[in-house]
Every structure is written in structure tokens, then in C-alpha cells.
Design a protein around this ligand. Structure first.
Ligand code: PBG
Length: 335
């Protein structure tokens, strides 16, 4: 029988057949999104009962360790899988020694969180930019960030977090060789069960703007393009990921998320390790600002963006929207 005519129309595939009823849509839904896939970033400051809202990130505040632990109790009750801690020290220094202070806000928060919400996976960001006076991710020598000079400090910071009870350390500095250096330091100290979530593919992105306000880590001079990746590069992302896996990373991260979902997919297709993507501060701020103006439906936009990250191949979504998204998913009965 030839193509065309009424008979052919009857045989056409009709996508709408499976879209009409909610239960049918549920049966054929390819991607799941649940709070268990989410990690919520938290900014931790020294002190007690301290909460400082971050103006460019409505709904996000810098919290003292006690309040961070309380927040973690709520996140755990929402079914959220983990938290990612960023420390903002009381004082910055040239040697960045606050980064490995056992009594700094991050180790303090880890201990309180582990007591309050023991089931939550605690991840810590490992970088020097919040701790150096000049806001750079590494030590400067002869006007440049010196990669190898920075590695021991990163390893010390990772070890301090691990000693306090972190489950995963997440180096975000983008120095070469830091995953291996951290792995060696943790193993030498007997912490072979603590994992490394490598910020393997971190782009030099303007989407980090609000974070730098929150963390007080705007570089005093220059930018981060000597170590973070060029947004134009995709093949290089594969090399970065492979290098980190070879050095001992347990999981890979792609950052930012939305403008880089092709990179998430590229890594998913090539590697078997779990992949996280980081829905960063600027992505969050943009949605919040548009929603505050009534220009976007926040709930629908957020859930659409988060499921797209999962669809691209991310196992884990790191997002400031986590508590809201968890509540919305619960309301929809799919959490
Ligand atoms: C560096 C770090 C940054 C972010 C996470 N870790 C900032 C930077 O590289 O300048 C950005 C996170 C976000 O924008 O939400 N410690």
C-alpha cells in the first residue's frame, strides 16, 4: 500500500496518545527528580545565632554553625541528600591558614550537622579564595597563581574537613594535580573512606557573581581565567574529567549547569563515575529576580530546569533551590 490518503493518516504515530492523562504521563516519564538527588549549598560564618541574608540571592543567608545545623535538620526532613559547605572566615590572611583551622566555621558546622542530621551527606568546598586576602584560589608568586605552591594548602584544608567528619571533599580551585595530592593526604592520615567530588569541569563563568558577594571572594585583581576553563571548550572538559578520575576522584562535577548541559551529557556518555552539576548562584539569582517581577513562574521554571539537568545525565544536582524544590515535589506527590 502506498503512502498517503486516509489509511496512511490512521497509521501515523501520534505522540499525544501518551500525553493526555496524568497517570499515562507518569508511566512514560523518562527522568525522575527527587530531593534525594539534590545537594543544597550552605554558607557558614563564625559565631552563634548569626544569619546574614545574601541580597543578590533571595532566600539564601550566611549562617553560623548552629543555625546551619538547624537548617540541615530541615533539609534532611525534606529528604534532601546532602549539603555543600562554604566557609567564610572571620579574618582572611596571606597564608590562607583559616582554610585548615580545625575550629573554623566549616569544621565546627560539620560536627554540629553530624550530631543533628547524621543521615545527610556532608560535602565541603575546598578552595583558598574565601581565605586569601586577595580573593585568589591559590598563592601568588611572581604575579601568577603558583599551582604547585598551592597544592599542600589545599590538601591541608581537605584534611581538616575530613578530620571534622566530612563525607566528601570537593576541590573547586582548579589547580592541576590537586585531586591526587588530596587523595594522598587523606590516605596517609588513615581516611581512605572519605571521597572526593572533583569540580573537574569548572568554567570561568560570569554566573558566579552573586556567590562572590556571598563568600567575599571577589579577586582583588585579575580574574580566574588562568585556571578555570574557557566556556568555548568542550573536548577539554573530557580531558579534565579523565585526569581527575585518574588521580582518584570518586565523582565528577560540571559547573555551571544550565549553559553547560552538553558537557554533562558528554561526560555521562563517556564515564561511569557519578556526575554532579552545579546550578550556580547566578542561575539562581536570575530566576529569583525574574520571578520577583512576575515575569516567570518560579516553581515551574525551577522544576523544569532541575529535571533538565537530570535528563542531561547528572546523577546529582547541586542547587540553592533544593528546599523549595523539595517542598514543591512533595506537594505534587512525586517526592
Ligand atoms: C570557589 C567557588 C566558587 C563557586 C563555588 N566554589 C566561585 C568562584 O570560582 O569564583 C561558585 C558557586 C556559585 O556561583 O554558586 N571556591
Amino acid at each position: 500500500m502506498g503512502v498517503g490518503g486516509d489509511n496512511a493518516i490512521k497509521r501515523f504515530w501520534r505522540g499525544r496518545r501518551l500525553r493526555e492523562a496524568p497517570a499515562m504521563r507518569g508511566l512514560v516519564r523518562e527522568t525522575s527528580l527527587s530531593p534525594a538527588h539534590m545537594i543544597c549549598p550552605l554558607f557558614v560564618v563564625p559565631g552563634v545565632n548569626r544569619r546574614e541574608p545574601v541580597s543578590s540571592m533571595p532566600g539564601v543567608a550566611r549562617l553560623s554553625p548552629d543555625l546551619a545545623a538547624g537548617e540541615c535538620g530541615r533539609l534532611a526532613a525534606l529528604g534532601i541528600g546532602g549539603v555543600l559547605l562554604f566557609g567564610i572566615p572571620g579574618a582572611k590572611s596571606a597564608d590562607a591558614s583559616g582554610a585548615w583551622d580545625a575550629n573554623g566555621p566549616v569544621p565546627e558546622a560539620i560536627r554540629l550537622i553530624k550530631a543533628r542530621a547524621p543521615g545527610l551527606v556532608v560535602v565541603t568546598d575546598v578552595c583558598l579564595c574565601e581565605y586569601t586576602e586577595n580573593g585568589h584560589c591559590g598563592f601568588i608568586r611572581n604575579g601568577r597563581i603558583d599551582n604547585d605552591l598551592t597544592l599542600p594548602a589545599l590538601a591541608r584544608a581537605a584534611l581538616a574537613h575530613t578530620e571534622a567528619g566530612a563525607d566528601l571533599v570537593a576541590p573547586s580551585d582548579m589547580m592541576d594535580g590537586r585531586v591526587l595530592r588530596i587523595r594522598e593526604a587523606l590516605d596517609a592520615a588513615g581516611f581512605n573512606t572519605t571521597g572526593i567530588l572533583a569540580y573537574a569541569v569548572k568554567y570561568a563563568s560570569a554566573f558566579y557573581g552573586p556567590f562572590r558577594e556571598a563568600a567575599g571572594s571577589v579577586p582583588a585583581h585579575g580574574d580566574r581565567r588562568s585556571h578555570q576553563m574557557d566556556p568555548a571548550n568542550a573536548r577539554e572538559a573530557v580531558r579534565e574529567a579523565r585526569a581527575d578520575l585518574e588521580e582518584g576522584a570518586d565523582m565528577l562535577m560540571v559547573k555551571p549547569a544550565l549553559a553547560y548541559l552538553d558537557i554533562v551529557r558528554a561526560l555521562r556518555d563517556r564515564f561511569d563515575a557519578p556526575i554532579a552539576c552545579y546550578n550556580v548562584s547566578g542561575e539562581y539569582a536570575a530566576v529569583k529576580a525574574a520571578a520577583a517581577n512576575g515575569w516567570l513562574d518560579e516553581r515551574r521554571v525551577v522544576l523544569e530546569a532541575l529535571v533538565s539537568m537530570r535528563r542531561a545525565g547528572a546523577d546529582i544536582v547541586i542547587t540553592y533551590h533544593a528546599p523549595d524544590a523539595a517542598r514543591w515535589l512533595r506537594e505534587e506527590g512525586s517526592a
